[in-house]
Design a protein around this ligand. Structure first.
Ligand SMILES: Nc1ncnc2c1ncn2[C@@H]1O[C@H](COP(=O)(O)OP(=O)(O)OP(=O)(O)O)[C@@H](O)[C@H]1O
Ligand SMILES: [Mg+2]
Length: 391
């Protein structure tokens, strides 16, 4: 949905008309330091993409270049197939009107207009007639839980409720892309959490493409499908929270994330290993026993040719079956195993690890066995390995 390539911004001081000359001659190296430096990333349709970094790292600059609120010095931005940087004013206007919407931390709330009028404001400036904008703003207010507050003035709202009005204003426009610049950073922690929950809930229903800026790591981990870490205008790492925690790109990121509770973020998919010992349902128990014993394993998963999970069997049961002359695994008790889905967080799978003769299995949506989590792998993932590992 959004594609950004080598996007760079160097702020030219006000009054410097000849930007190129200033860049070449007058400015010192420090002055010329880009606020955004060769930034490249893609945001998928329906993704909640978080830009995270300390103050001054260039987050807002990048976000504002996505709708050319800030004019890029060089580089390319494509939104839904349209090149924004070279877009004619008419196309740019169309995109700003219908595709992209921005939610600010201190979005302009008008004290003398009702909540409904404030929520409808984005539609009003886009020239939508009063009947339609009232209907759409009302629906948006209901979505954010302010259905009963339409006709009050903003002065009687709390901070969190005001932020909901801002969200309703953006939702009412039906824009597919929402750009959110630290929308919750002025809120109390508990209200902030409510707003994060609300955003996740709405995102579940609406599947907007959202670019969300924050300097709060926990907020980033909670909200982001993927997170982009920035420092000094540069992209340091892009990945899921789980990937960033398990495989920080450098010591800076490792340091940044060292205090995060891994078990709440890292997922099964990130720590699983390849299921090395599997047997087919038609295997002869004696063959299966040999395979398992050779690997010094306590059991094996039983999977079909396309990887679909049938069950698991322990080395003891295999030995018994072999002795009693059974010729195939089918018909044996294959129920001694536990599985989780790939997105399961470590805290939720911990109690299941090490409870069966086979390691905890990881399955995808079509119940194919895609990995296993031995106890040692779990412990390793939970340990704070301060160093940078690219394992
Ligand atoms: N309009 C501007 N003119 C000149 N320099 C600017 C302007 N806006 C930002 N900068 C500088 O560009 C750099 C990046 O700023 P930016 O606001 O993008 O960072 P940020 O990550 O959003 O920070 P914060 O978390 O404080 O909002 C900073 O050094 C900042 O001082
Ligand atoms: Mg900012």
């Amino acid at each position: 949905m959004i594609s950004v390539r080598e996007l760079t911004k160097i702020y030219i001081p006000p009054g410097e008309k000849k930007a190129k000359r200033w860049l070449r001659r007058a400015a010192s190296a420090d002055e010329r330091r880009p606020a955004a430096d060769q930034v490249s990333f893609d945001v998928k349709r329906g993704e909640l993409f978080v830009i995270m970094g300390l103050s001054g790292s260039g987050k807002s600059t990048v976000l504002r270049m996505l709708n050319r609120l800030v004019e890029p010095t060089s580089g390319a931005v494509e939104v839904d197939g349209t090149d924004l940087v070279s877009a004619a004013p008419r196309d740019l206007r169309r995109i700003r009107n219908s595709t992209i919407n921005m939610v600010f931390q201190h979005f302009a709330i008008f004290p003398h207009r009702t909540v409904l009028e404030n929520a409808a404001y984005g539609l009003q400036v886009r020239g939508v007639d009063v009947k339609e904008r009232t209907a759409r703003a009302t629906a948006a207010l209901e979505r954010v839980g302010l259905g009963d507050w339409s006709h009050v003035l903003p002065s009687s709202l709390s901070g969190g409720m005001r932020q909901r009005v801002g969200l309703a204003r953006a939702l009412a426009t039906d824009a597919e892309v929402l750009l959110m610049d630290e929308p919750y950073s002025a809120l109390d922690p508990l209200i902030r959490r409510d707003m994060q929950d609300l955003l996740l809930e709405l995102q579940e229903q609406l599947r907007k493409t959202i670019v969300f800026v924050t300097h709060d790591l926990n907020e980033a981990m909670r909200l982001g499908d993927r997170i982009m870490v920035m420092r000094d205008g540069k992209v340091i790492q892009v990945g899921t929270g789980s990937e960033i925690l398990s495989c920080p790109a450098d010591d800076y990121v490792a340091d940044f994330v060292s205090d995060v509770d891994r078990s709440r973020v890292v997922t099964a998919e990130t720590v699983m290993q390849e299921p090395l010992i599997t047997v087919g349902p038609d295997h002869h128990p004696a063959d299966a026993l040999e395979k398992v014993a050779n690997a010094e394993a306590h059991g094996a998963y039983v999977v079909t040719g396309d990887g679909t999970l049938v069950g698991a069997i322990s080395v003891e049961r295999l030995a018994t079956a072999t002795k009693s002359g059974v010729t195939s695994l089918q018909g044996l008790d294959l129920t001694e195993f536990k599985t989780v889905e790939e997105g399961t967080r470590l805290m939720d799978l911990m109690p299941l690890v090490g409870t069966c003769s086979v390691p905890l299995g990881v399955v995808d949506k079509s119940r194919r066995l895609i990995g296993v989590i031995p106890r040692a792998a779990l412990l390793k993932a939970l340990a704070h390995e301060g160093s940078t590992s690219h394992a």
